[in-house]
Write a protein that binds this ligand. Structure first.
Ligand code: NAP
Length: 488
């Protein structure tokens, strides 16, 4: 950690209790561009009591925020959405520099972030309760929505703006206050989002931004009784740790965890078109996407044609710095990602897989974290590539013969986040949608996530849902009120 904040083209401070703040003692943290390992910025770094200060500020702000009309809350969220859209170019550039994804992808994420604020601004107005018919005519029963209280948010680096917005906008719309922490590699996107919130009229303490080490932040969320809920997006490994820790405090948890999505192609599909869509879905953000397709099951009648088309499409991808015009695939975020990709490819190779394209680090770049887009065949379901979440630009192609067999193989994993099916046969599509164990099913759609639809996983891919009306409901307790009437 450096001792002082370096000057930067981007803002670098955290936001606690209505004020932009340096880290205690002036501590800073280096944000590095994964394309060339250059310094993007030194951001303020919370190694002191900042997590608790932010929690206390959120606790203090909660009663007034909860009592604020949903229409007034919505105005702030909507204005935030407008400001994000106005600043989309700058925000996208910062995201590309700290995360590596190509500018068009960063811009699309930024606009999806704005849409998320707008969605929850509107949806907050529809947090209806229920009037329940009583058994006794002298009673009245109601179920009403009660905001959970102070929320702690932890998000990863792969979608540094959109994933935090799913929590901040939903919590604020529900009348909760929030303390949000970005991944250490990608804090700038969230700082820029907070600038929009602040300019939109964010009241003191309602949303707070702490940038600092993960473990002390998590400790504060668990140990401080003011925090009523933790909303986490990240790996299944850390999610399980949070479940274990929540047992001591019965903290509410929403968990958006890892995935290993099958993409299944039936023989009636247009092979060329589907191969192109599959390649776009696979190499988006370098495969570092929780819903990235990572196992490609292709019917054996078309497997050869599909594989050839996928290789041709992958060869045409333009790999380079995300800031360069036309780039489709940028660097991976970090060295550990590269090393994991290498290990998984080596394991598969050692067990008989064929590498048709890529399969190694790229040697075209002097610095940065580059892995060649990779296509593999002769893989089988027991290879590590097929059992561990790869989070890498690797496309393993397998074949299958019938629907029941492919459903069983697709479901034979602890994960259950997303699954993709390509077919024009309505019966096949329906059987697959009903048979696959995944929270998100894309039928002829490789990019299904959108603010108005529920997003989340089955099995070890998570607990709860974000977005949609479910994403708002996650920030409410249901309170049942029984009223006895006077006899006269
Ligand atoms: P990760 O290691 O679990 O980290 C996720 C976040 O948790 C980061 O902010 C990280 O901080 C923090 N963290 C790490 N250890 C922690 C601990 N012991 N207690 C509390 N927080 C902790 O995951 P990742 O590798 O960065 O992200 C990729 C994973 O996220 C993949 O498995 C992916 O599938 C999943 N993901 C899921 C969704 C979804 O919606 N289901 C969406 C996106 C990503 P630092 O990075 O600063 O250490």
């Amino acid at each position: 950690m450096a001792a002082a904040t370096a000057s930067s083209a981007f803002p670098t401070r955290m936001y606690i209790d209505g004020a932009w703040r340096e880290g205690t003692g002036g501590k800073t943290h280096a944000v590095v561009n994964p394309a060339d390992e250059s310094l993007v910025a030194e951001v303020a770094w919370a190694e002191g009591d900042e997590p608790n200060q932010a929690i206390e500020a959120a606790a203090k702000a909660f009663p007034a925020w909860r009592a604020t009309s949903v229409y007034d809350r919505a105005r702030i969220l909507k204005r935030t959405a407008e400001l994000i859209r106005e600043r989309a170019d700058r925000m996208a550039r910062a995201m590309t520099m700290e995360q590596g994804k190509p500018l068009p992808e960063a811009r699309a994420e930024t606009l999806a972030t704005a849409d998320t604020y707008e969605w929850f601004a509107e949806e907050g107005k529809r947090a209806y309760g229920r009037i329940i018919p009583p058994t006794n005519v002298m009673k009245r029963y109601y179920a009403i929505k009660h905001p959970v209280g102070v929320v702690g948010s932890i998000t990863p680096w792969n979608f540094p703006a959109a994933l935090a917005a799913r929590k901040i906008a939903a919590a604020m719309a529900a009348g909760c206050t929030i303390v949000s922490r970005p991944a250490e590699q990608t804090p700038i996107s969230l700082i820029l989002q907070f600038e929009c919130l602040v300019e939109a009229g964010l009241p003191q303490g309602v949303a707070n931004l702490v940038i600092g080490p993960a473990q002390p932040f998590a400790n504060a969320l668990f140990d401080n009784p003011a925090v009523r809920k933790i909303s986490f997006t990240g790996s299944t490994r850390v999610g399980k740790e949070l479940i274990r820790r929540s047992a001591d405090h019965v903290k509410r948890l929403s968990l958006e965890l890892g995935g290993h999505a099958p993409l299944i192609v039936f023989p009636d599909a247009d092979v060329e078109q589907v191969a192109q869509a599959a390649v776009i879905g696979k190499f988006r953000n370098n495969g570092q996407v929780c819903i990235s397709p990572s196992r490609f099951y292709v019917h054996d009648r078309i497997a050869k044609d599909f594989t050839e088309a996928a290789v041709e499409s992958t060869k045409k991808l333009k790999v380079g710095s995300g800031l360069e015009e036309g780039t489709q695939v940028g660097p991976m975020l970090m060295r550990q990602g590269l090393e994991k990709a290498e290990r998984l490819v080596a394991d598969a190779r050692g067990k008989g897989a064929d590498v048709l394209l890529g399969g190694a680090r790229s040697t075209r770049f002097e610095k940065g974290y580059w892995f060649e887009p990779t296509v593999m065949t002769r893989v089988n379901d027991s290879m590590r590539l097929l059992t561990e979440e790869p989070f890498a630009p690797v496309m393993p192609i397998l074949d299958f013969k019938n629907l029941d067999d492919v459903i069983a193989r697709a479901n034979a994993t602890p994960y259950g986040l997303a699954a993709y099916v390509f077919t024009n046969d309505l019966t096949v599509a329906t059987r697959m949608a009903e048979g696959l164990e995944a929270g998100i099913i894309g039928i002829n759609d490789p990019v299904p996530a959108t603010p108005q639809c529920p997003f989340g996983g089955m099995k070890e891919s998570g607990v709860g849902r974000e977005l949609g009306f479910e994403g708002l409901d996650a920030y409410f307790e249901t309170k049942y009120v029984a009223v006895g009437l006077r006899q006269s």
